[in-house]
Design a protein around this ligand. Structure first.
Ligand code: PEP
Ligand code: MN
Length: 271
């Protein structure tokens, strides 16, 4: 079989993805932060300003939310995307936001600087193909039970359509363990570094589901070679519409960035 486009065999050098002047996969570690979901214009602007001040370089926030229960808040849809655009206008922070449905891909592409494909959709091949047809970089999250080969083949679906600007994200997998929301599989970071030239970031928020574990796992992720972090943070974590247990405060985000910067330095990277 032919080597995958996303494999190291096909391309030796690391892929560096540039988004509005920010490089992902280079020497510098990127920190993407923001709420789980966008819930109002005022709030997302306030959070964007705060995460920027704390040192984050991109804003995350879902307008389309993949919720376990159909009765839970499903996101604001296009209105949420408009609020993200307003937050970008105020702060200059590029936007990372999820597309869940092929029918919304064009709309999300219009507003997002990076299109996120969520864990539950990692093997939604139609969605991957649509993402592959866009002109925006794609942040592909690892599926809840995906092996490394399934993860890389999911990325290949995007690359095969002509979009090679893909960022992989480890966000924890399902194991027998129930004391954390998921189990953060950090060993996939060096494994992916061998197998692919694509940048790899870690989401310690969804991986642990526990606010107090986000800092130590962020440090560990950078120590083992991750190129960045995506963190759920809020100016008032208790007011988060979703995932409040894992959402950190702005003060905690600031500490996280300061502490993680020391780790980055110790492994020859900047932040
Ligand atoms: C998210 O990042 O908002 C999210 C839903 O993450 P995941 O797909 O990893 O569960
Ligand atoms: Mn979330």
């Amino acid at each position: 079989m032919q080597a995958l486009k996303v494999s190291r065999e096909s391309k030796k050098e690391d892929t560096i993805i540039e988004v509005n002047g920010i490089k992902i996969g280079g020497k510098k570690i990127v920190v993407i932060a923001g709420p789980c979901a966008v819930t109002s214009k005022e709030e997302i602007i306030e959070i964007a300003k705060a995460v920027k001040k704390a040192g984050a370089c991109m804003l995350r926030g879902g307008a389309f939310k993949p919720r376990t229960s159909p009765y839970s808040f499903q996101g604001m849809g296009e209105e949420g995307l408009k609020f993200l655009a307003a937050a970008k206008k105020e702060t200059g922070l590029p936007i990372v936001t999820e597309a869940m449905d092929t029918r919304d891909m064009k709309l999300v592409e219009k507003y997002a600087d990076i299109i996120q494909i969520g864990a539950r959709n990692m093997q939604n091949f139609s969605l991957l193909k649509e993402a592959g047809k866009t002109k925006k970089p794609v942040l592909l999250k690892r599926g809840l039970t995906a092996t490394i080969d399934e993860f890389l083949n999911a990325a290949e679906y995007i690359a095969a359509e002509g979009n090679d600007r893909i960022i992989l994200c480890e966000r924890g997998i399902r194991t027998f363990n129930t004391y954390t929301r998921n189990t953060l599989d950090l060993s996939i970071v060096p494994a992916l570094k061998e197998k692919t030239h694509l940048p790899i970031i870690v989401d310690p928020s969804h991986a642990t589901g526990i606010r107090n574990f986000v800092l130590p796992m962020s440090k560990a992720a950078i120590a083992c070679g991750a190129d960045g972090l995506i963190i759920e943070a809020h100016t008032n974590p208790e007011k988060s519409e979703s995932d409040k247990e894992q959402t950190i405060s702005i003060e905690e985000l600031k500490t996280l960035i300061e502490e993680t910067r020391k780790v980055a330095k110790s492994v020859g990277r900047g932040m």
